[in-house]
Design a protein around this ligand. Sequence first.
Ligand SMILES: [Zn+2]
Length: 231
Amino acid sequence: MMSAGVGLLSCVFDGSPGRMSCPTGAAPGEVSRNADCSTAEGSARESTDVAGQGPAALASVLADTGGKYVDDLERDADGLPPDFAAVVREFMALESFPGAFAEKDLRNVHILPASHPGAGRFLTGDHAAITLDSLVIFEDERYDAIVTWNRRWDDVRAGALEPAQDRALFTSLHELVHVRQFREIGREQFLSEYLADAVRSGEQSVELEREAYAIAPGDDSWAREAIAALR
Ligand SMILES: [Zn+2]
């Protein structure tokens, strides 16, 4: 449930601060890797200085170099299946829904599994998903549960989802908040705010994350409490 900051960092940084590298593992022809590499290498010397200027300047470099790679990945990604999107719309139709994302986010979002060549490197550690603008990369079990979705709103209300389906649905609600945040403030601003908060006081205090966790997937999140109230 991490979001873009660290993922884009892992995309362009190869361990040591200021040293930039290209994403690897992309399928041949899928990514214009040479173009991305020359961009990354071209700004490598500069990046040492940029990093020293703080999150805003770093975010600018990351949004540029990482963004091109994300654009290429997104061309391989699919939208949400209609039955899955229909369930998400039921959440959005609840009176208590705080408007954390909108229909346009539901239509714009694209998804890839971590096993996709070139996407997996964004999903580090035990993270369930990562949002990069309107692209969400899920660990494979959640991705599979979404693309094979066969449940209706009544199943959600009744708590009749398989565990993997439950995780996939509530993680998606969380990630859709990040999709809306990216849409509203843009990649550069998203990264700048995310990194500034994370650097200042750690990932748990990132304001963009706090909003997303307030929606889902935790037991005390809006989505869980909204479902409980319907039973
Ligand atoms: Zn998040």
